[in-house]
Write a protein that binds this ligand. Sequence first.
Ligand code: F0G
Length: 435
Amino acid sequence: MSADLVCFSEPCRSRFPITEPVYNCRKCGSLLEARYSGDRMPAAMLKTLWRGRRTSNTPLDQSGVWRYREMIPFLDKYDSVVTLREGNTPLLGAPKAAQYGGLDYLTFKHQGFNPTGSFKDNGMTCGASQAVRLGMKRVACVSTGNTSASMAAYSSAGGLQPIIFIPHGNISYGKLAQALEYGAMTLQVEANFDQILALVRTLADKLGIYLLNSVNPFRIEGQKTIIVEMMDYRDWNPPDWIVLPGGNLGNTSAFGKALRELREFGLIDKMPRLAVVQAEGSAPFYDLMHTAERSKLRSVEHPQTLATAIKIGDPVSWPKAWQAVEWSGGVVEKVSEQEIADAKAQIGLCGIGCEPASAATLAGIRKLIADGRMKASEDVVAVLTGNVLKDPDYIFKYHTGQLKDPHGALISSTYGNGPTVVPNDPDRIAALLGG
Ligand code: F0G
């Protein structure tokens, strides 16, 4: 099997060696993607091989990414792999959330069960492994928090020096704390995500630092395995819908590529529809997909949302995401701050929990059901992208009626569950507990 980096733009399709540290086409500037050629194992053999690896004790097989290495064969040997046993994230039935959304049944694939608590680990194990393979010393990313937490962990684990750039005051403390703890050099820049991405690209080029944002095609390869694992755990029965939040749109791109390849390889026989959900104040992809010509994304200059993970106005991967939504017959929806907050509380009530951006999925489902685009009887998997503990400040404020939207308006604590302060008095506490 041989691998190349290929320009995503159809009229160009320039090819670059897989070992070249390049993120955009040198000819036309478009995004790049990994493409493979050569003989492939038959689908039935692959399924048996992957299932068998679940009982193996080798690090590579224990990783829910590298277990599926035949889907991501960009390394010629595996001595550069940096793994923290990422992936292996569960499919969880959630009856209460299903009822809230208007579905008969709903499953969450919870990427918050990853080593650093988000889906970024699926991609970062691949990005960091490629950096080690290329002999890089320093790696960098701009992040709304999860990419940086993940990059910090994987680079430190792999002996690389992580340098992270974050929008000052715009990421949750949980995520910032992770980057500090994992040893990243952390630069808080007085600019938004989109502005910092441009800055980091310039610096990476100038200083020979390897860029680990989702423009890095190897990150996308790793994130493909979220879908492969989902199908494996479902015995290769694709759902009708896969719902996910959209920010920089790397994940949407990865899901589209995974579904296309699984179909090509004969591993699934049906294409699920992708439903991408954005926050209302940060929804350039929603806007694009609701214009007649759908040809050019117009960025949102000052994106606003409390779901800081998806506070991105100029998503770089939109051409790939556009194609993924088109191929799958998918939809793009947007939801309000109140809808995200209430959906999040409902996911919490299932004993599952997630961070705000992830809850956009359930809020989106409720909207799609309400207007009839999704049917109650359909088989839906929503991907929860981040762990509940990523943003505890948001949770406390919601449950105590103090959460305000980016314009300062109070968000209703519809399903609020604030703590009660009690005196150290057994009788009064007993009275409070109903005798
Ligand atoms: N959900 C969470 C929890 C995220 O952290 C992100 C992105 C998304 C959804 C959106 O995914 O960008 O692939 O469309 N977080 C990035 C970061 C941008 O820097 O951590 P996307």
